[in-house]
Ligand binder design. Structure first.
Ligand SMILES: *Cc1c(COP(=O)(O)O)cnc(C)c1O
Length: 378
């Protein structure tokens, strides 16, 4: 008897090399942030063409750290797309600032620059464009609308390896924040990264990441008076990545370009094979964008053989896991009450009709063929 084919929505591509990489920190006993984190940061900064990369515990803490280091606080407004993972808005709230939502473009799923100007106020301090599913936001169009003093923080959670007009994600604004959660392009379980070209911002974020310590752990251990505790000038956090995670992440980073290239080939294949289904709209890749394909998110359009939920259930029955693309933050209990029910029509439509198909580096040709054949048979 043959077992039915199962195609999960995402499976991390980790194996023997990641397993071996854990030996060194375990053997040396340096488990917290140390030489592996430093090596990972250096390699990540080089790959994404930025001056500084600071590893953190997640993208959520990377976003929070960057906002606090930028001085965002009570009374400030920060612009966030209405269609994104809830963390993008939550971190603004955790700074004591107010998230101000802007609707997204219905083809790219990213912040719509044409709607940005009307949401700016004298209190707007920053914008967080999200590179959703691995496609960069239209950063030049966004920057063109903003006053000089408004800061841009890229939510690049899905965008390791993505590029915009030839420039890698993470260096397209004042700072960027990446994720290494298993649903993202490369993983170390949980983990994140702040990127920036701004020396002062990097220095401030470095202190805040380590409780606000005026001297780093490494510098203290190197100094003659390593036994003395440093001074703490402001209340910081413990957002440090461990060397165990960094050892794994470093191996994963070495595979990033291969992962993205492979997913790009299959994404093109999906688009070609699914073109005949007029009820399924595949994701757009505008000219000048290098998509990193963290996820392959389509839209279920009129004429579909069922609602999105019915299609998802039907596919699940054929062994294929799908997911909604993401949620509209403005539909969630935490933010819903402050928002008019008819605002953000595109985000709300995507909340109902976006559909992520399986696309990851553990899929083989039979898996992709099974997905396409199942969609055609619906
Ligand atoms: C996954 C994700 C996050 C959160 O990343 P974590 O590393 O899980 O904290 C934030 N923003 C977006 C757009 C995401 O997709």
């Amino acid at each position: 008897m043959t077992t039915a084919r199962r195609v999960p929505i995402a499976v991390p591509s980790v194996g023997e090399e990641e397993w071996q990489a854990l030996r060194e920190p375990l053997e040396t006993g340096w488990l917290t942030q140390g030489p592996k984190v430093a090596a990972f940061e250096e390699a990540f900064a080089e790959r994404h063409a930025v001056a500084h990369a600071l590893a953190t515990t997640s993208c959520t803490t990377a976003l929070h750290l960057a906002l606090v280091a930028m001085g965002i606080g009570p009374g400030d407004e920060v612009i966030v797309p209405a269609f994104t993972w809830v963390a993008t808005a939550n971190v603004v709230v955790h700074c004591g600032a107010t998230p101000v939502f802007v609707d997204v473009d219905e083809r790219t799923y990213n912040l719509d620059p044409t709607l940005l100007a009307e949401r700016l106020t004298p209190r707007t301090r920053a914008v967080i464009p999200v590179h959703l599913f691995g496609l960069c936001a239209d950063m030049d169009a966004i920057r063109a609308v903003l006053p000089e003093d408004v800061l841009v923080l890229e939510d690049a959670a899905c965008a390791s390896g993505a590029a915009y007009r030839g420039r890698p994600a993470g260096g397209l604004g004042h700072a960027g924040a990446f994720s290494f959660h298993p649903r993202k392009s490369i993983t170390c379980g949980e983990g994140g990264m702040v990127t920036t070209d701004d020396d002062a911002l990097a220095e401030h974020a470095t202190r805040l990441r380590n409780h606000g310590a005026a001297v780093s752990e490494e510098a203290r251990h190197r100094s003659a008076s390593a036994f003395l505790l440093p001074d703490f000038d402001e209340p910081g956090f413990n957002y440090r990545m461990t060397d165990l995670q960094a050892a794994v992440a470093l191996v994963q980073l070495g595979k990033l370009d291969h992962f993205v290239a492979e997913r790009d080939r299959w994404a093109r294949w999906y688009a070609q094979e699914l073109a005949a289904l007029d009820w399924l709209e595949p994701p757009l890749v505008p000219d000048g964008y290098d998509h990193a394909w963290q996820a392959y998110v389509c839209r279920v359009r009129a004429g579909a053989p069922g609602s999105r939920e019915e299609l998802m259930e039907e596919l699940e029955g054929r062994g294929i896991s799908t997911r909604p693309g993401t949620h509209a933050v403005v539909e969630l209990g935490v933010y819903r009450d402050r928002i008019a029910p008819d605002a953000f029509p595109v985000a709300r439509a995507l909340h109902r009709d976006s559909l992520a198909l399986p696309l990851h580096n553990r899929m083989g040709p039979e898996d992709f063929e099974h997905v396409v054949a199942s969609l055609r048979a619906l």
